[in-house]
Design a protein around this ligand. Structure first.
Ligand SMILES: [Zn+2]
Length: 383
């Protein structure tokens, strides 16, 4: 039996509109952090700031705010949203029409992740206004999520006691529970041939463009299976029409839910390039890095099921699925906090078509409270 929380929809809309009007590109979240701090301090909650900002060159750290339990027997839970948005985020003009908030500017809306922040602040205000039973809630507002989760990587975990976390950072109507996300590896590849005059002595040159072209025709790219992808995103090289090109740079990436599949794909791409280079007398150098780790939680996982069942009980179209992108959950799952990502309403993220249905935001707050209520009683082990 779940108790529905009394949400003030106008307040939620105004919170969202206020938040999206504050530009907050990665490492520049100070003003939005001050807004969140003031909102929570007005409710008499203490807000802490960690030193992540100093570590990543930002102008604020991650914010952490503890909402005390109002009833015994609940498992504590962390709720994460991120304060930064992608650019362009200066001069955002949000427009509310027919229950949809979109943007009347050549910017993103910033619903990713301001919708999450507005929802969590409305949740906390609604909880403070009423007498709702819930356990301890640890709110975390991270910085620089869009730049490979710098904020959560440097989050001071000693300040958190939760073993479970909800990351409010997936697009679409509420109901999707993300239980897995990929490892991401980036590859910066330098191919070297030998320059020569293209008309007088091309036979003394080695075309780096031909080397990479031959390699790419042998390469498996795109969607490799249901959990693995690879892409060459940029090629640049050559100097002039009449010079055999000596240098080519490729910028590529590989993703998979399975680390061994990423490793195998990287070896495959390297071997295509090295074979072509050997054949034509060129060389290739690689700079390969893990940008973030992946995670997979079983569908039967306690938290996954709890969020899924709560959504079904509310009549949402709920699914458990994996994502192709990374969030703060990728980092926390590798730091012993079982974390899932929830869809919270924003759509067409990272574009000027980004928009949010007001109903999706209010439904998300109901979903969050329903999950909080379900955190009572028996709970399983994290995996
Ligand atoms: Zn996001």
């Amino acid at each position: 039996m779940s108790l529905k929380i009394n949400i003030n929809q106008d307040r939620l809309i105004n919170l969202f509109l206020d938040l999206v009007k504050i530009p907050s590109k990665p490492c520049d979240e100070k003003v939005v952090a001050a807004y969140i701090r003031s909102f929570l301090e007005n409710l008499s909650y203490e807000v802490q700031e960690d030193d992540a900002g100093l570590k990543v060159g930002g102008n604020t750290g991650n914010l952490i705010c503890r909402i005390p339990a109002t009833a015994p027997g609940f498992e504590p839970i962390a709720i994460l949203t991120h304060m930064d948005t992608v650019v362009p985020c200066e001069g955002i003009v949000p427009v509310l029409k027919d229950g949809i908030i979109s943007v009347d500017s050549q910017t993103v809306l910033g619903g990713d992740d301001k919708a999450g922040i507005a929802e969590v602040l409305e949740l906390v205000k609604s909880l403070a206004d009423g007498h709702y039973p819930h356990g301890e809630i640890e709110l975390v507002f991270t910085i620089s999520e869009e730049t490979y989760m710098y904020g959560s990587r440097h989050l001071d975990l000693s300040r958190l006691k939760s073993r479970y976390a909800l990351v409010l950072d997936e697009q679409g109507a509420p109901g999707a529970v993300i239980n897995a996300a990929p490892y991401l590896y980036t590859m910066d590849i330098q191919c070297k041939g030998k320059a020569a005059h293209a008309g007088m002595c091309p036979e003394t040159g080695i075309s780096a463009i031909q080397i990479v072209s031959q390699a790419i025709t042998q390469m498996k790219l795109g969607r490799l299976d249901n959990e693995t992808t690879a892409n060459i995103g940029m090629i640049s090289g050559g100097h002039a029409r009449n010079i055999v090109p000596e240098d080519v740079t490729l910028i590529a990436e590989c993703r998979s839910l399975k680390l061994e599949k990423v490793t195998r794909q990287i070896e495959h791409m390297k071997s295509c390039l090295s074979l072509a280079a050997d054949e034509m007398g060129g060389t290739v150098q690689y700079d390969i890095r893990q940008s973030f780790p992946g995670y997979t939680l079983e569908e039967s996982n306690y938290l996954v099921q709890l969020a899924h069942q709560s959504a079904l009980e509310l009549g949402f179209n709920s699914s458990i699925r994996h994502s192709g992108g990374g969030t703060d959950a990728n980092i926390l799952n590798h730091q012993s906090i079982t974390s899932i990502v929830l869809s919270i309403g924003y759509r067409e993220m990272h574009s000027s078509h980004e928009h949010v249905y007001v109903k999706d935001m209010t439904d998300s707050v109901h979903w969050l409270y329903s999950i909080l209520q379900a955190m009572s009683g028996n709970h399983g082990e994290s995996n």
